[in-house]
Structure formats: C-alpha cells, structure tokens
Design a protein around this ligand. Sequence first.
Ligand SMILES: Nc1nc2c(c(=O)[nH]1)N[C@H]1C(S)=C(S)[C@@H](COP(=O)(O)O)O[C@H]1N2
Ligand SMILES: [Mo]
Length: 442
Amino acid sequence: MRIDESAYDRRRLRQWLSGEARAEGVSRRDLLRLAAAAGVLTTLGWPTPAVADAPAPGPGIVKPLPPELFTIRGTNAETNWSALRDTGFHTPVDRFFVRNHTSTPQLDAADWRLKVWGSGLRGAPGLDRAVTFDLHDLRLLPAVTLDAFVECAGNGRSYFTSQQGDTVTGTAWTLGAVGTARWRGVRLSHVLRRAGLTGRAVDLQPRGLDDEYVTGGINLGRVRRPLPVAKALDDVILAYEMNGESLPYDHGHPVRVIVPSWVGISNIKWVGDIEVSDQPLYSPWNTDFYRLFGPAYPAEGSAPLTRQTLKSAFESASGATFEAGVRHRLTGRSWSGAGGIRRVDVSTDAGATWRRAELHDRPRTGSWSRWSLDWRPTQTGPTALLARATDTTGRTQPDTTIPNTQGYLFDAVVRNPVNVLAPARVWALPVVTVAAQPGGHV
Ligand SMILES: Nc1nc2c(c(=O)[nH]1)N[C@H]1C(S)=C(S)[C@@H](COP(=O)(O)O)O[C@H]1N2
Ligand SMILES: [Mo]
C-alpha cells in the first residue's frame, strides 16, 4: 500500500496553523518561542548561528566507542565509513551509529511494559482504554524479520556548510548517521488490532522511556513523534532483535519502533507507550523540528518530513591516500527513502569524468546497495572521489541541495578529498627502528 503522504502532511499543516491540533504538553507559543530562539523563524528569513546547548559531560552511550569505529558528536556517535569496508550487508552493532537526545537508559526487559491507549481504541469514552503488553506477550505474536536502514534526517548536514557555505543548526554529521540492520519483531498493525484499533484512529504517537529532553531552557518532554495510521498499518514493526541479538541498550532495548524508509526520529527507541488518537497529534518533533525552514520554504515550514532522501558514501576516510600505478578497489553504498538503487556513477577526477560502478545488491526499498569500482590512478596529487546514485523512481543525486536552516535531507553529491602519492619506493628507504623509551611515547 502506498499512502498519500503529501496530502496527509498538507492537511496536518493546515490543522496545526489553525490551532485545531495539539502538541501534547507543549503549547504552540512555546514552540514558536523555541523556534525563534533556534533562529528558524527570524523575519530576516535566515537564521542566526546556532547557540550550542551546554556541552554534555560525555556521550551517555553504553557500548564501547573506539575512535577507529566512531566519531563522537555530543551525545551521539557517528559511524566512520572506513569501518564499514568488508562488513557485509548489515552494519554490525559494534559500529552502528547512535543518536540520543539525552542518554541511553539501561532498561530491564523483565520490567518493561508497552501501554497502548487513546481515543482511537475501542472502549468507553472518557477512559484512556489502555491495553498493556509485556515482552512475553509480544513474543507470542507472529514474528517478522526485515532489513531496513535507520538514518538521521540530519545525516550529511555538515556538507551544507563545507560544500555550499550554508549556515545550518544541529549535529555536524558527515555521512555516518546511517546503518542497516536485520530487525525482528512484531507488526505494529497486529499489536494495534489486539489493542482494539477502530476506524476512527488517525494518528499514533510512540514515546520513549529515556529522559525528558530539555533544550533552549524548555522541557519538551519525552521523545515522541506522531505517525499516520496508514503508515503504521503498512510496514512498521516493534523490533526486539537487531542482527539476530536481543536489541542492544543503545538501540532501544528491549523494544523500539522501526518505520522503514522514514526519517530516523520516527524509529522511537525504548518505546514505553503508544497513543492512538482519533484526532491529529503534534509534538515538537513534527512541528518545529523535522520540517524544512528557510528562504525556499513557507514561513511555517514545509510539511513534516517523512521519507529519507537519496545518498551515496565511499567506504574510506576523507583525505585517504592512494598509491599511483596500483589498482585500487573503491567500494561504497547508496540508499534512498523512495525506492531501491538502480545505478551509481563514480568520478575519480573531481567530477570531470564518470564511470558506472558495479552494483552488488539488487534494488530493495528501505535498504542500501553496495557497489565497487576499480581505479588505477596515474596522476599524483590531490583529487576528489564522487559518487552519484539514481534510484528506482528515476531520481538522481543533484549537485547541490536547496538549503534549509536545520540542515535536513542533504542529498547532493559529496566530494571526498583524497591524495594520490607517487609509487612507494620501499626498497630505497632505510628501515628505521625506534627504540621505546621507558614511560615515553613512541
Ligand atoms: N526514545 C528515543 N528514540 C529515538 C531517539 C531518542 O533520542 N530517543 N533518537 C531518534 C533519532 S533522531 C534517530 S536518528 C534514531 C537513531 O537510532 P540509533 O541510535 O539506533 O542509530 O533514533 C530515534 N529514536
Ligand atoms: Mo535523527
């Protein structure tokens, strides 16, 4: 089923502006104040530079974050793309990015409960009609397995600044805020039916059990984001396994929501309750966050973001060196929120000429495709590697992305600076042995 997402979004935006909808716990005035503080609604039309919140004492992430696998960014950990070479289709948990608004709660699966409640369920009016599930209840329902990427809507944000000179706010991700895993769990539609879903339900809102999120001096409450019923019934799952293991603490243990192809924020971790409503729902995460603001967009912002965009990444570090005269195998991956990957073109000369890469995965919606291309550089010196993907809907990555103040959905071709060195004359170099000094650094 293909739902009409843009019609849904337009309707929601109208309701929001006319004050018909509610952003549970947060007044519209607060949201506008916050948006203004973040510089997204200035009448000048362009934001003032971000004022960073107080730096976190360290990421509240449970798993080890060795520097060869991750780059730490505040409360988040970005995957280094060079660490994905030879890892296979699924991103191993030890190098899957983590994006936390606060910190990872270490929940005990035995105590965990999911409360499904709200006016969209059967039951007496006025009551919250709550139905509670524990992990055992979920495991008794038919299990489904699916491959899906989770990608932050801000993935690639730093390129707005480094490639286009745009001022944007938010975590300065390069391309490592994405990972693909094999998720196992139960269909959300199944749980909703068990809970007594009615035809009146229009929106759902899963909410996390992690701490309340305070930003700009305003407590926005627990992380939560509405989801239209049509998407919830289509392909959303409540996952309790990731790559064949029980869900790790950092990725939502014991249960998280997986919303294939949609912006990362949809995939609520540590889900504790789901409101099912017969009225449209709002939260800061679909009103002032996760909409596009900026000169190219209406003052109230675009419709709330749904699908991710189209991107490509090389499995190598920025600034990597390559030896001239030697054949190198360049590898990478491309993905799209709109469909599978049909074609990838690669340039090894900063965009002057392009060659078609070999694809190693069949195009699949919600998943990435690995690709490779051999390169035997002849000229020494700096150059740039570029990859440009085309998805099965026919969309191709552009040269630039129309900027938005919060730096979401960067889809332009990324220029990866590299250096080609003269063939190494290893035989001509003396072998130098440096003796370790006691207590000294070598
Ligand atoms: N409860 C909760 N769910 C959450 C978040 C969060 O901070 N708290 N972050 C969201 C965002 S912005 C992203 S991009 C993804 C990241 O998922 P990961 O940390 O498993 O990679 O989780 C989403 N779900
Ligand atoms: Mo995100």
